[in-house]
Design a binder for this molecule. Structure first.
Ligand code: ZN
Length: 171
């Protein structure tokens, strides 16, 4: 039921009632994330638990899943495990955000309503690297380690034939 996650709910009763939700949302349904995806695959799944901490409404999130991002070193798709865990303090303005105690991340929610979708997107953006890179540089396409494999794979393909022609011309 895709619509259920985007439904905005009043925060106070969620926090006071210690509401709990389990979710599974396809990554392509997060507009702020979709642009970074190398492939339209993957699902964010996990749990949100609302509570009050020092009077603040807090959403505790655990998110897991798997996303395909673009490695910024070699520009090839790379698989990234999602494993986020945050305590988001839901505040109404920047002043409220400044007052959030340590150990909590502030999330500004102007009209005191929030959807599970918004929370999960916030958590995913916190969790994902600003500059995704293959963890091991040897995994990057074009690195010394992977070129050996690719040359073996592609010996009959044109780029290398053309390169051969170019090298001949230079001599
Ligand atoms: Zn790479």
């Amino acid at each position: 039921m895709p619509g259920a996650w985007t439904k905005r709910r009043d925060i106070a009763p969620l926090a006071d009632g210690q509401a709990e939700f389990e979710f599974a949302i396809p990554l392509v349904e997060f507009p702020r994330l979709a642009a970074q995806l190398a492939r339209p695959e993957g699902t964010a799944q996990g749990r949100v638990r609302f509570s009050r901490v020092l009077g603040l409404a807090v959403a505790e999130l655990v998110v897991s899943g798997e996303a395909w991002l673009v490695c910024q070193r070699c520009l090839e798709p790379m698989r990234r495990l999602l494993a986020g865990e945050s305590r988001l303090a839901l505040v109404v303005d920047a002043a409220g955000a400044d007052a959030v105690p340590e150990g909590l991340e502030a999330m500004i929610v102007e009209d005191e309503r929030v959807s599970i979708h918004e929370l999960v997107e916030e958590e995913l953006l916190l969790d994902l690297p600003n500059v995704p890179l293959h963890e091991d540089p040897a995994d990057c396409v074009g690195s010394a380690a992977s070129v050996v494999v690719r040359v073996q794979d592609e010996t009959r393909q044109t780029p290398f034939t053309q390169l051969g022609e170019l090298l001949k011309r230079d001599q």
